[in-house]
Design a protein around this ligand. Sequence first.
Ligand SMILES: Cc1cc2nc3c(=O)[nH]c(=O)nc-3n(C[C@H](O)[C@H](O)[C@H](O)COP(=O)(O)O)c2cc1C
Length: 253
Amino acid sequence: MRNWLVMAPMSGKTNLAFRLIAREMGAGLVSTEMISAAGLSRGQAKTYSYVATHPDERPVAAQLFGSETDAMAVSARIIADKGIDVVDINMGCPAKKVVKTGSGAALMRDPQKTAKILTAVRRSIPVPLTVKIRAGWSPQEANALEIARVIEGCGADGISIHPRFASQGFCGKADWTLIRRMKETLKIPVIGNGDVDAPSLALQMRSETKCDGVMIGRAALSNPWIFKQTLELEQRGNFAIPGLHDRQRLIFS
Ligand SMILES: Cc1cc2nc3c(=O)[nH]c(=O)nc-3n(C[C@H](O)[C@H](O)[C@H](O)COP(=O)(O)O)c2cc1C
């Protein structure tokens, strides 16, 4: 990571063009959208296109989703061989078409399968492995800290947490206190995520939770400058707001 700010993986949004913008705007690590391990391991051309990268965006993570151990391990290796710097595993997606296959947030309900997949992926790649989780499947299954210990035990190098339950989707508020508890529980770096939509909130999340990095998603879609602005706020106490000319330059570049 070039700095503590991470661009969140976002399906249909974080393609190569957007990732290059986020890098130019100061993001310390960018990520592909989630990529199907089933598609990648079967050699599907469209799925392969999601792994396309460019040296200017590095360091870059590629995020995999799936529930089949061999497909996950093979796909992770394909990603690492393509020069991607970090393999990230999606354990947070609540979309029906994903969870019905046992992937995404459904993995949070199955610590044994999680351990099997992560152990196999860990063995298959020489690059850092990270995992992105939620608070749990539902308030009745609030197992983020237990799952995080499993993930750490499998040799993951970092974890990012969006502290809402899968059952919540994007409703309610992200529970930042869980990020803090996770940081207190684990030895590996913890990246906090959820509801950071202003530079001051990125600094607030870091100071309240002591997390190692802050991941920003939706706010970066309308304001990719948020990464640069946060670094400016940290360094000099204020930040520049892009004018019309800056916006035009970005759109036409
Ligand atoms: C359009 C969209 C697509 C998303 N796609 C993914 C994805 O592919 N993988 C993933 O782990 N999270 C995905 N997310 C969740 C974000 O990474 C992030 O956890 C969430 O938006 C909360 O962060 P925010 O409040 O900064 O937006 C997506 C979110 C949005 C809005």
